[in-house]
Design a protein around this ligand. Structure first.
Ligand code: NAG
Length: 217
């Protein structure tokens, strides 16, 4: 019996270990402030000498400043990741401010390395994500000021301001470098292009529809 429990414990540990390998590795020290001058190539950035670390290595200012939302989609992301805060290196978290023009959207995208938890600070947002195959279930909700919503890692998601005024959200992401894959840009705006024939077949449309999209991205 004791052997069996020990074995189950070992299996559980092995599963946990493999799960944690899929995420960013846990820190082995208090912090590892990114050394911008370091030229060691690794997964993340090399650490600054801890004795040389300053409070400013852990700080960012200006997140109260609205982003310029005057592009075609009507949104602007102000990123606070390891690039802005070197102290975030290896700490597995980052932050964004998102500004939305009236009816502005954050188009369909995924974060390959992060869960996102978003809170609405101003206005109202329609948000949604779609589950993976074969279900492809669309999970969607209307959020108002103070509401919080989670986008699971890797799933395609979006937001839309459904108000006549500006909207603002703050979102935390579970990576120092979440990554963004915007679906339309990657599929129709790759360099060089993915073959028009292939895209027409994949999306079950005429080539002219694909050309139209490729011209946009
Ligand atoms: C916002 O961006 C647009 C176009 O990119 C530019 O013309 C405009 O001056 C910017 N507005 C502000 C307040 O910076």
């Amino acid at each position: 019996m004791a052997h069996r429990i020990a074995f189950l414990g070992f299996v559980a540990l092995a599963v946990c270990a493999s799960l944690s390998l899929a995420a960013e590795p846990a820190s082995l020290q208090d912090f590892c402030v990114a050394d911008a001058s370091g030229n060691t190539l690794m997964n993340g950035m090399a650490c600054k000498n801890p004795a040389m670390v300053q409070a400013s290595d852990f700080a960012f200012s200006g997140l109260h400043i609205p982003g310029n939302t005057s592009d075609a989609m009507g949104f602007r992301v102000t990123l606070v990741s390891m690039t802005q805060i070197p102290g975030l290196n290896t700490l597995r978290i980052s932050l964004v401010r998102v500004d939305y023009a009236p009816w502005g959207i954050v188009p369909l995208h995924t974060h390959p390395r992060a869960i996102e938890i978003l809170t609405v600070i101003e206005g109202s947002l329609e948000v949604g994500f779609v589950t993976s195959n074969p279900g492809n279930r669309h999970i969607t909700k209307i959020l108002k000021k103070g509401d919080v919503f989670v986008f699971p890692v890797g799933l395609i998601h979006y937001q839309r301001n459904i108000g006549y005024g500006n909207a603002v959200a703050i979102a935390a992401l579970s990576s120092q470098n979440p990554g963004v894959i915007t679906i339309a840009n990657t599929v129709f705006g790759s360099k060089p292009d993915i073959s028009t024939d292939l895209l027409a077949k994949a999306f079950q449309v005429d080539k002219s529809a694909v050309w139209q999209l490729q011209a946009k991205f």
